[in-house]
Write a protein that binds this ligand. Structure first.
Ligand code: FES
Ligand SMILES: [Fe+2]
Length: 402
């Protein structure tokens, strides 16, 4: 596993955002989140439904399946590519190669988000290199310095008088359909495909609004290059079966060995897990940080994982690279900048802990699963009743292949 630490830390927002409450209580959540939390049974009553679910091992190893997913999902629908928090300021831009198509996501002078193919309209060079978000009114191509505004317009061409018939208004960056809601930015990666933003479920967006995701800040960001199929990386975030086992020496003791409650929001999955300290009666204790007793984890279709914690939110983009390779971009979001030593230490310890748990435990499990499945020992994999959200999610994915 190869880890690239971008060393990125928060940028200060241009305009003062409304002060966020450091702690969220049950009543701060959306009506539907509250309903779902109130439906979590006491641990003694939470019994897994036995299920009969298998999937072919080849879905994690075959190049044909990888191609099919690229064609029918990642190039056909708008996919989540980054968070609003990565572009908190007007006139900022962020180059992104994670999906195998070089793009640049921008926030223009009016605060509107755009996405473009990252190809200069002179001779095609990438206009913005690297993988860091930057501030600036102009994106200047490193090759011959044609410059483009953050809304994609071609602004300046050195020695323009030497070109016959150049109309700058026809030579802006090639724009991709793009939408921002609930703190997430979705992009259509194929400029020729009919835009399909059907994955942006309204309830999902309400949930993310209630969780404050659009107003949170990037605390840290880290990229992991993994030798594993993207779905093997996703699976541990769709089940609690492994938690007390794989994470026995880290976060395991915080969770009971009971099934997640999960619901489908359009194409997206919302899971809820009461922690060991959870009781239905405890929900009504006033002023209590709800994220101390309940964990939400979402799969934003098809590949973004969002997990709540008492003082931060984790977002992970799991990007397929080949049948047996993927890139994960982990982003930790915090409600407000750490303004005292205690908060600084809390954020820093949380960041190290979460990278250790995901990197050395969940991602390692994905890599060793890939190694084992590649031997051909299994024709199929089996899911338990404690992993029922995985086949539920696969049915959403498989609906794109029929
Ligand atoms: S290729 Fe960009 S300015 Fe020439
Ligand atoms: Fe895990």
């Amino acid at each position: 596993m190869n880890i690239i630490d971008t060393g990125e830390r928060p940028t200060t927002k241009e305009s003062a955002s409304p002060k966020l409450k450091r702690v969220q209580c049950l009543t701060d959540l959306s009506e539907d989140q509250i309903r779902a939390i109130r439906a979590i049974p006491a641990h003694e009553a939470a019994k897994p439904e036995p299920i009969n679910e298998r999937r072919p091992a080849a879905m994690f190893t075959a190049a044909e399946r990888f191609e099919l997913e690229q064609k029918n999902v990642f190039r056909k629908r708008a996919v989540p590519v980054t968070l609003s928090a990565m572009l908190p300021e007007k006139n900022s831009y962020f180059p992104h190669d994670g999906y195998g198509v070089p793009i640049v996501v921008t926030r223009d002078q009016n605060g509107q988000v755009h996405a473009f193919l990252n190809a200069c309209m002179h001779k095609g060079s990438k206009v913005v290199e690297g993988c860091e978000a930057r501030k600036g009114k102009l994106m200047v191509c490193p090759y011959h310095a044609w410059s483009f505004a953050t809304d994609g317009r071609l602004i300046a061409v050195p020695r323009e008088e030497s070109i016959i018939g150049l109309d700058k208004s026809n030579r802006g960056l090639r724009e991709l359909a793009c939408k921002e809601a609930g703190g997430i930015i979705w992009v259509m990666l194929d400029p020729a495909a009919e835009p399909d933003f059907g994955g942006m479920d309204q309830q999902l967006i309400k949930d993310f609004e209630a969780l404050d995701i659009p107003r949170m800040e990037v605390y840290g960001r880290k990229t992991f290059e993994l030798e594993a199929n993207w779905k093997l990386v996703l699976e541990p975030f769709l089940e609690g079966y492994h938690v007390t086992r794989l994470h026995a020496n880290t976060v395991g003791p915080m969770f009971p060995d009971v099934p997640n409650a999960n619901e489908i929001l359009g194409l997206n999955v919302r899971q809820l897990q009461g922690k060991v300290n959870f009781t239905p009666e405890g929900l009504d204790v006033e002023g209590e940080n709800i994220h101390k007793s309940v964990t939400f984890s979402y799969i934003v279709f098809p590949n973004l994982v969002v997990i709540t914690s008492p003082y931060y939110i984790s977002a992970m983009y799991i990007m397929p690279k080949a049948a047996n390779r993927s890139t994960v971009e982990y982003i930790m979001l915090t409600r407000q900048e750490a303004d005292n030593e205690k908060a600084k230490e809390l954020y820093s310890k949380s960041y190290d802990m979460v990278l250790n748990v995901f990197g050395n435990e969940d991602f390692r499990a994905a890599e060793i699963s890939q190694q084992g499945l590649s031997t051909g020992a299994l024709d199929d994999v089996i899911y338990t009743g404690l992993e029922a959200a995985i086949p539920a999610y696969y049915r959403l994915l498989e609906s794109h292949f029929s």
